[in-house]
Design a binder for this molecule. Sequence first.
Ligand code: ARG
Length: 316
Amino acid sequence: MKNMKKIVALAMAAAMTATLAACGSSSGSSSSSASSSAPAAESTAAAETTQTNVDPAVEASTDATATTESTAADAQTPDLSSDKYVGDGVWTVGTNATFPPFEYIDDNGQPTGFDVALVQEIGKRLGLKVEVQDMEFDALVASIGSKIDAAAAGMTVTDERKKTVDFSEAYYDATQAVLVKKGSSIKTQDDLKNAKVGVQLGTTGAGIADDLHGEGSDKTITYNSYNDVVQDLINGKTDAVIMDQVPAEAYQSQSGDQLEVLPGTQFNFDTEEYAIALPKGDTELLDAVNGAIDAMKADGTFDSLVDKWINNYSAE
Ligand code: ARG
């Protein structure tokens, strides 16, 4: 009998150890008891909302404009309280919200979209309060480490940008496309060379226009907002826009029947990949962000965000 008790006790101890180990995992599904052992900074951040065991489908419908907080006592949680970051325990993420469905301004004037939902979910898993800051796309990379802690802006990984920032693992395959007025005669790269092309300043699409026309050419018209880029195409001030395919389709559907998206393959455009831009050399933050993305991919949350924000996007 004595032995029996001992075995039961051992088994219970083993079960408890397993439970504790599960609490410390990065899966984001740890029980709320984990919060009691969270460091002071995290407990403060956790004061308002407690997120535990949230169903991915429910999570995906969380208001993307709200700030997100979490109790995840995660060994991987980067410490944002140091003065190298913008705000204490706040992860400030820059974007340019003229890029539906990845980021755009909702009816309440707040940035929303896939990238916003993505960084809020990452923040939730890392126990960070997320603040999304809307700014000019061209200013994002240079602002990382001073005005913002990261950029989530459908940003393509490029060697040039890698000189200034580190990128998370890629989260979306993309390509540039050509947006034209319906019935346009533009069909080939040669046609584009002779056309007035609108682009957003600082984008890979602007880089392609520079390659076609030569840098500083008056055939390339640059803008800070894609709303203006597309407006001038509709007005006839430009003949074509070089921009990312999925946002081009979003603008096309917003325009009623006025615009047409021509695939990048028609113009020999390369494929691209989107990733989150992070301060250079901050491996603690990089590893934590990648860990959160991996966990989201493994548990289905990532796919549900893609479904909700990208596959089911419909222009207002
Ligand atoms: N993928 C392109 C680039 O990285 C365009 C991104 C534009 N994003 C935006 N939110 N306006 O250059």
